[in-house]
Design a protein around this ligand. Structure first.
Ligand SMILES: NC(=O)c1ccc[n+]([C@@H]2O[C@H](COP(=O)([O-])OP(=O)(O)OC[C@H]3O[C@@H](n4cnc5c(N)ncnc54)[C@H](OP(=O)(O)O)[C@@H]3O)[C@@H](O)[C@H]2O)c1
Length: 323
C-alpha cells in the first residue's frame, strides 16, 4: 500500500518536472535568437563564419558582402540597420591587398577606414554590439617582445595606416560597444593566403626562397571565427561581464615562427619534397613594408574571455587536411 502511494507520488513529481522543463524549453524557443550581421561574408574569416553558422542553433545570421552591402556607403549601411534589427555586427570586410594598397590608396582608405566608421556609427545608433577585425601591421616598431594592446603603434604603408584609422574610428564612435580584434598571418581553405600560395608554387617548382627574418604567428581563420562567436556567446549568456566588450584585443594561434619555417611546415605536412631556401627581407622587396616582428600577446583575451588557443602547427594540420 505504502509503496503504491510512494510510486504514485514519484510519478506525479516526474510529470510536474517534465512539465517545467518543457515550459523552460518553450520559453527559450520563444525568446528571439540574437541576430549577427557579418559584413565581408565571402572573405576568409567570413566564409569560416558561414561554415560555423550552419552548426549554430543559438544565433540567426545575416551574411553580406560588397554586392549586398558596400560598407563604404554610409546611407546604405544606415538603411540596412534600419530594415534589419542587428544585435551584433562582425566586420570581416576589408581591403587586404597589402601591396596593391600602395597604388590604390583611396580605395584602401574607403574600405579600411570609412567602412568601419560607417558601421560603428550605425551600430551605436541602433544599439548593436560591434566586433571589428584588425591587424598586427599597426605595430611596426623595433620591439622584440610580444605586443600588448596598449603598445605604441607605428603603421608603415597604406594598408596598416588605413586599418589603424579604422580601429580608432570604431572605438571613438561606439565606446563601450565595440571590440577591435587584432590578428596576424590569417589563412584558411577559403580565399587567397600564404598556405594556398605555397601549395600552388610547390606544385609548380622544386625550389623556393622564403623570408626568414619576419617573425610572427599564423592564425587559422576558422579559429578566429570560433573566437568571435565564443565572445558573443559568453556576452549573451552573461558568463563574461559586458564591461569587457570594449577596446582592443589580440588573437592569433599559439607559438612563434617565420615565413620560412611556416613554408617548411606546410611542405612537411603535405610530404612535398620542395627545397626551401631562407632569404632576408631585403632580398624580396615589396611595395609595402611588413613588420619584422609582430608577435601578439594574447593574455587579455585568455583572461577576460577564458579562451583556449591551439598551437599554429596543430591548426595548420587541420586546415591542410581540407586542401
Ligand atoms: N589576411 C590576413 O593575413 C590578415 C592578417 C591580419 C588581419 N587581417 C584582417 O582580418 C580581416 C579579415 O581578413 P580576410 O583575410 O578574411 O579578408 P578577405 O579574405 O580579403 O575578405 C575581405 C572581404 O571583404 C570584402 N570587401 C571588400 N570591400 C568591401 C566593401 N566596400 N564592402 C563590403 N565588403 C567588402 C571583400 O570582397 P572582394 O574580395 O570582392 O574585395 C572580401 O570578401 C580584415 O580586417 C583584415 O584586415 C587579415
Amino acid at each position: 500500500m505504502f509503496s503504491l502511494l510512494f510510486n504514485a507520488l514519484v510519478g506525479i513529481a516526474q510529470i510536474l518536472n517534465e512539465g517545467q522543463s518543457i515550459r523552460k524549453n518553450q520559453e527559450k524557443m520563444k525568446k528571439k535568437r540574437p541576430t549577427i550581421l557579418v559584413t565581408g561574408g565571402n572573405g576568409q574569416v567570413g566564409m569560416e563564419l558561414q561554415k560555423l553558422a550552419t552548426l549554430s542553433t543559438e544565433f540567426d545570421f545575416i551574411f553580406v558582402d560588397i554586392d549586398e552591402l558596400d560598407i563604404t556607403d554610409a546611407v546604405a549601411v544606415n538603411s540596412f540597420f534600419k530594415k534589419n534589427p542587428i544585435d551584433y555586427c562582425i566586420n570581416c570586410a576589408a581591403y587586404t591587398a597589402v601591396d596593391m594598397a600602395e597604388s590604390e590608396t583611396n580605395l584602401a582608405w574607403k574600405v579600411n577606414t570609412i567602412g568601419p566608421e560607417n558601421l560603428s556609427v550605425a551600430c551605436a545608433a541602433h544599439k548593436s554590439l560591434m566586433l571589428h577585425i584588425s591587424t598586427d601591421y599597426v605595430y611596426h616598431t623595433q620591439q622584440t617582445k610580444p605586443y600588448i594592446e596598449t603598445d605604441f603603434t607605428n603603421p608603415q604603408g597604406t594598408y596598416a595606416r588605413t586599418k589603424l584609422n579604422g580601429d580608432e574610428a570604431v572605438l571613438k564612435n561606439h565606446p563601450g560597444g565595440a571590440l577591435v580584434l587584432r590578428t596576424s598571418w590569417v589563412y584558411s581553405s577559403f580565399g587567397n593566403n600564404f598556405v594556398k600560395t605555397m601549395l600552388r608554387l610547390g606544385a609548380e617548382k622544386e625550389e623556393l626562397s622564403i623570408i626568414y627574418d619576419q617573425i610572427g604567428t599564423p592564425t587559422y581563420a576558422r579559429d578566429l571565427a570560433q573566437v568571435l562567436l565564443d565572445i558573443i556567446q559568453k556576452t549573451e549568456d552573461q558568463v563574461v561581464d559586458k564591461k569587457y566588450f570594449t577596446g582592443v584585443y589580440h588573437f592569433s594561434n599559439e607559438g612563434v615562427t617565420s615565413w620560412y619555417d611556416f613554408a617548411v611546415a606546410i611542405f612537411d605536412f603535405k610530404k612535398m619534397p620542395i627545397k626551401v631556401n631562407p632569404i632576408e627581407t631585403k632580398d624580396y622587396p615589396t611595395p609595402a613594408k611588413r613588420p619584422p616582428y609582430s608577435l601578439l600577446n594574447k593574455a587579455k583575451i585568455k583572461n577576460n574571455y577564458g579562451i583556449n588557443i591551439a598551437h599554429w602547427q596543430h591548426s595548420l594540420r587541420e586546415c591542410l587536411e581540407l586542401l
